[in-house]
Design a protein around this ligand. Structure first.
Ligand code: HEM
Length: 537
């Protein structure tokens, strides 16, 4: 049942084994016993009490009672599709990853697009970041590119992620997402986190209300590494470029669409694939030699920064086509488990402190969301590369591992079949040299929070800049705490004085002369661990 083919059908063939159709089949219990009446429970007399012994009713209701699993803590609302990735030109100079070396390989993929903050039943057209997660079922194992449609992130360190999400999600006491004061918590947090200003510019722009999922860019956000056969490393940034171009709707349209059809994006993706108009994205990479690591006026490890395309052009290396809707939303789109730590030989991490924290978070959350350490066996999650190891047991284990040995080393199990041998393509982490003092701090090279926010704002047309000002006026207009509004104006003033003045005018408050200085989050440690007293930015 496991296939290992160099073509885009590899995953579909793998899934075939688990598919079933009830058409023209007899209704049965889970135990395969035929049911002759699915309308009436077993009773003592037609008007009498129901009988506990009714195993057909009990089984049906019990299963129904347990249909729901927790929604994702973030990115709860999603839409997914199958497809394939095709390489235009070999990247072997930079990476030994097979699917990026051999242009004859078509790699099956599953993509899940999502909004971040809303619950599973929220609207598609919310102003929000969009998740853009791609699972590549490669011959060497699964590679997940778990990205967003915005190239940077709100925060620099994973330590702040729970705070960010607690600030953006509905408040704990009333859980009313649209309550007037619901905007207070998000903007309160942002106003105290100047590092978020670059991302805020993107989120207040038309990028955060896409016209269609087919018309969004995707970004890996973090700097990753490519590692080649000679064990040479290059830094790499990943980009998805939609063939249809990048388009947004206006805020007024977004609100109307949300009212009339909150499933607008989900439906658009489904229908376009059903109609055979397969959406396509090209994969681009920005490659930076190790020797250029410190050449930029920002830090490559800082996820609030992008690498301007003027400095490092994006090279297009392949194309992704989404050509098949899922057969079952829950089984595929809901149960899929992405993880930025799913990498294959030839791709590796950097020390970006946001990425490093993510490497812990995803499996941890999926253990409770999917309920068992065996979720890699769920059909949509299982690799099409051969998979063998000594892990065993656990809730709902599907594999029936044959033999008496589940440890290594062993002499009784027919040798050492599980030994990862380097010369057989076993994963070897890039041997980056790390030699520093242990510190709980962040690098000074992470402290410029405004240059790229300005860069983005200035790259927008006057109409787009108006949209940013209107979005900020709308959002901050919902904030009840005047101190938060003022602090935000102070930050906006450091991005663009006209922008701050326009938003201030719309809010009816002047841009404060003496800006309340945001808290500095421990920036200033040098690599010897000496930390300067907290300074304001
Ligand atoms: C989903 C954590 C930053 C992209 C998730 C989930 C968690 C999480 C717990 C739910 C996963 C699940 O239930 O399967 C974190 C943490 C972050 C972080 C702790 C920072 C420290 C980011 C960043 C990006 C991102 C920077 C984009 C580059 C996504 C996407 C999903 C997701 C696309 C949805 C995947 C899907 O469709 O199933 N994240 N995240 N996250 N995250 Fe993050």
């Amino acid at each position: 049942k496991k296939t290992n083919q160099d073509n885009s059908d590899g995953k579909q063939n793998d899934l075939e084994f688990n598919k079933s159709s009830a058409q023209n089949e007899f209704l049965t219990t889970n135990q395969g016993v035929k049911i002759n009446d699915d309308n009436n429970s077993l009773k003592s007399g037609e008007r009498g009490p129901s009988l506990l012994e009714d195993f057909i009713l009990r089984e049906k209701i019990t299963h129904f009672d347990h249909e729901r699993i927790p929604e994702r803590i973030v990115h709860a609302r999603g839409s997914g599709a199958h497809g394939y990735f095709e390489l235009y030109k070999t990247m072997e100079k930079y990476t030994k990853a097979g699917f990026l070396n051999d242009t004859s390989i078509k790699t099956p993929v599953f993509v899940r697009f999502s909004t971040v903050a809303g619950s599973r039943g929220s609207t598609d057209l919310a102003r929000d970041v969009r998740g853009f997660a791609v699972k590549f079922y490669t011959q060497e194992g699964i590679f997940d590119l778990v990205g967003n449609n915005i190239p940077v992130f709100f925060i620099q360190d994973a330590m702040k992620f729970p705070d960010l999400i607690h600030a953006v999600k509905p408040e704990p006491h009333n859980e009313i997402p649209q309550a007037a004061s619901a905007h207070d918590t998000f903007w309160d947090f942002i106003s105290l986190m100047p590092e978020s200003m670059h991302m805020i510019m993107w989120v207040m722009s038309d990028r955060a209300i896409p016209r269609s999922l087919r018309m969004m860019e995707g970004f890996g956000v973090h700097t990753f590494r490519f590692v080649n056969e000679k064990n040479e490393s290059h830094f790499v940034k990943f980009h998805w470029k939609p063939k249809l171009g990048t388009h947004g709707v206006a805020w007024d349209e977004a609100q109307k669409i949300s009212g009339k059809n909150p499933d607008f994006h989900k439906q658009d993706l489904w229908e376009t694939i059903e109609a055979g108009n397969f959406p396509e994205w090209e994969l681009g990479v920005q490659i930076i030699p190790e020797s250029d690591e410190h050449k930029f006026d920002f830090d490559l490890l800082d996820p609030t920064k992008l690498v301007p395309e003027e400095l490092v052009p994006v090279t297009i290396i392949g194309k992704m086509v989404l050509n098949k809707n899922p057969d079952n939303f829950f089984a595929e789109t809901e149960q899929i488990a992405f993880h930025p730590g799913h990498i294959v030989p030839g791709i590796d991490f950097t020390n970006d402190p946001l990425l490093q924290g993510r490497l812990f978070s995803y499996t941890d959350t999926q253990l409770s969301r999917l309920g068992s350490p065996n979720f890699h066996e769920i059909p949509i999650n299982r690799t099409i590369a051969p998979m063998h190891n000594n892990q065993r047991d656990g809730h709902m284990r599907q594999e029936i591992a044959v033999g008496k040995v589940s440890y290594h080393p062993n002499s009784l199990g027919g040798g050492c079949p599980f030994q990862a041998k380097m010369d057989q393509g076993g994963f070897v982490s890039f041997n980056e040299r790390v030699d520093a003092h242990k510190v709980r701090a962040r690098s000074k090279s992470f402290s410029d929070h405004f240059s790229q926010a300005k860069l983005f704002y200035n790259s927008q047309t006057p109409v787009e800049q108006d949209h940013i000002a209107s979005a900020l006026s709308f959002e901050l207009g919902k904030v009840e705490a005047i101190s938060v509004r003022e602090r935000m104006l102070g930050l906006l003033n450091q991005v663009d004085a006209n922008l701050a003045a326009t938003v201030g005018k719309n809010l009816g408050i002047p841009v404060p002369k003496d800006i309340e200085k945001p808290i500095n989050h421990g920036v200033g440690a040098d690599d010897k661990g000496t930390q300067e007293p907290s300074k304001v930015n």
